[in-house]
Design a protein around this ligand. Structure first.
Ligand SMILES: [Zn+2]
Length: 212
């Protein structure tokens, strides 16, 4: 046993399961946790204290599969609460943490811990949600899973907010607030604005080229 209880020859890893709401991310997280438990590995599950939709101390999927979880107020709190004997750390709703979560999971992986995270890759505007862009970059494995578009039934990669006037990025809610949509039915900005942005960028890069 080395420092932090790391066994020689056993290396940690970072896994991300991401996708829109209603894609089954939490089910997938729980599935991996259950398999690790069957293999008799010590697992600890965390979730941000902000996500209290269903239960304070459990991870609950939309289909009501649940498993006990420790709510934490910050990424660093995870480090403080992981036991030396823990082999697997699972984190649900990881998009709600700040960028320091990347440092925390790197540290855990270095200690030989397998870190499994589930989170929304994009916010309701289709932009990277919180620390997800960094987490997807540093992960050893990434699974983007799809929901079903509520308009056309195609695989959905976007979370659509029914009332876009509510502009806060974090608005914890359920089917009353959000729907899964495919790319063509989650037109966040409208084609006109997209084209406008494209031409602005084009002009920007042209003027930069001229300045060279
Ligand atoms: Zn669609």
């Amino acid at each position: 046993m080395g420092l932090f209880g790391t066994m020689p020859g056993i290396s940690g890893s970072i896994e991300v399961v991401c996708g829109p709401m209603f894609s089954g991310k939490t089910e997938e997280l729980i599935r991996r946790v259950k398999r690790a438990q069957i293999a008799r590995q010590k697992v600890q599950i965390f979730k941000p204290a902000i996500d209290n939709r269903y239960h304070e101390t459990e991870v609950v999927s939309h289909s009501s599969i649940s498993t006990p979880a420790t709510p934490v107020n910050s990424a660093v709190e995870i480090l403080q609460k992981v036991f030396d004997s823990t082999r697997v750390v699972a984190i649900d709703e990881v998009q709600f943490f700040d960028e320091s979560i990347s440092i925390v999971v790197e540290k855990l992986a270095r200690r030989g811990v397998r870190v499994i995270m589930a989170g929304l890759d994009q916010d309701f505007k289709g932009l990277p949600f919180g620390p997800m862009a960094s987490l997807l970059a540093i992960a050893d494995s990434v699974d983007k899973i799809h929901a079903i578009c509520t308009v056309c039934g195609a695989p959905a990669t976007k979370t659509f907010r029914k009332n876009p006037k509510e502009s806060a990025q974090v608005l914890v809610g359920e089917t009353d607030l959000y729907e899964a949509r495919c790319r063509s039915h989650a037109d966040f900005f409208g084609e006109d604005q997209d084209q406008l942005a494209f031409f602005v960028n084009l002009n920007d890069s042209r003027s930069k080229t001229q300045n060279l």
